[in-house]
Design a protein around this ligand. Structure first.
Ligand code: KG4
Ligand code: ZN
Length: 351
């Protein structure tokens, strides 16, 4: 009989909980062990090379490769941390948002492990986990603060009012910022994932192309679909007129057009929340222009900008384990063994 309620209750308030985190929401298969404010191991098996030739993530192929990689990734994470499954207090797993088939692999594996070892299973919201990556290297960070999640699937400005309190206050009206980076990169013939390639080329480019007329944004909603179309049209027109275009300038101008409105949105919300802290998160938070612009805004408007190292910005299981530990400390998010993945889980949607 699987009954872990009492075990889970005993974790309340403890700082030294040992958590095994599992992540499989997109194309990284990851496992990590976290305890007492320290990451004991952090293993990521990336499928980037597999998906590169398709120009993007193929969901079915991602699921199949998670199935192949996950047992070894979990073993390696436990081995590197020097613990066995029995030493783990609880297992945290990403159950949304993400690709449903990919999530299903992580969730099913975590359920099997929890059942076999009789350990509590904690459901983890992937977007919240991205935000929690900030606690790894900034142990003094405490809510309230404002967070920006900029990834392949999300562009969200979130008020973090407690370790388990998240409120969405701003987002895009359509595509996510990372998706726009990847699409524009593809258009320019750069390989997947496009974000890091655009970042690299933009450093030597000039922000001289005005893709969309600068509007007074209301600081609440941003569209990336329109920006993407504007870049498509620009390149198409250049080709039709048989004019050369400078890929580096396209990268620099696109990056500025994508990031600058986000800076505005963040500044407005920092002022609304009356906080002096902004934490950034998600794959696009490793973008060098975005990091520099957020720092600049922080200096100008008087707020501190907290950011994870680039490897904690992109998908990893360390952030999942940290998120799960924070849930366990407050006795929240215990999952039953009938837990199902939720592809379109919202930021506050886990309780
Ligand atoms: O957070 P993440 O690893 O996965 C999701 O949850 O989506 O984010 C992946 C996204 C991809 O779109 C990738 O192109 C983008 O993050 N990305 C970047 C950079 N590094 C990763 N975008 C811009 N500049 C970067 N340096
Ligand atoms: Zn992610």
């Amino acid at each position: 009989m699987y009954n872990v309620v009492k075990q889970f209750e005993k974790l309340k308030g403890r700082q030294d909980i040992v958590i095994l985190g599992i992540e499989s929401s997109c194309d990284e298969t990851a496992a990590a062990v976290y305890s007492g404010g320290k990451i004991l191991s952090d293993v990521v098996a990336s499928q980037v090379e597999i998906h590169k030739r398709f120009g993007g993530v193929v969901p079915e192929i991602a699921s199949r490769n998670h199935t192949l990689a996950l047992p070894n990734v979990v073993d390696e994470a436990l081995k590197k941390a020097g613990v066995g499954l029995n030493d783990v207090d609880a297992i945290g797993v990403t159950y949304g948002a993400g690709l449903i088939g990919a999530l299903l692999v992580g969730v099913s594996s975590a359920k099997a492990l929890a059942y076999a070892a009789n350990k509590p299973l904690i459901k983890v919201n992937h977007i919240q986990a991205h935000i929690c990556a900030n606690y790894i290297e900034h142990e003094n960070l405490k809510p309230p603060f404002l967070a920006l999640v900029a990834s392949g699937g999300h562009t969200s400005v979130v008020e973090v009012n407690g370790f388990n309190e998240y409120k969405l206050v701003g987002s895009t009206t359509d595509d996510a910022i990372g998706e726009a980076f990847d699409k524009v990169a593809r258009l320019l013939g750069l390989s997947y994932p496009g974000g890091p390639n655009i970042d690299r080329l933009a450093k030597d480019g000039r922000n001289v192309i005005e893709f969309v007329k600068k509007k007074k944004t209301d600081g609440e909603r941003i569209s990336y679909s329109g920006l993407k179309t504007a870049v498509v049209n620009y390149i198409h027109n250049c080709k039709q007129r048989e004019e050369e275009y400078d890929v580096k300038d396209v990268c620099a101008s696109f990056t500025a057009a994508a990031v600058d409105p986000l800076v505005k949105m963040v500044v407005k919300n920092v002022q609304n929340l009356k906080t002096d802290k902004l934490a950034i998160a998600g794959g696009v938070a490793s973008n060098s222009y975005l990091r520099a612009k957020m720092n600049e805004a922080g200096k100008h408007y008087g707020f501190e900008v907290i950011m994870p190292s680039p490897s904690y910005c992109t998908d990893n299981a360390a952030m999942v384990a940290v998120r799960a530990a924070l849930s366990a400390r407050e006795g929240r998010n215990l999952a039953e063994l009938d837990l199902n993945p939720v592809g379109s889980l919202g930021i506050g949607g886990d309780e």
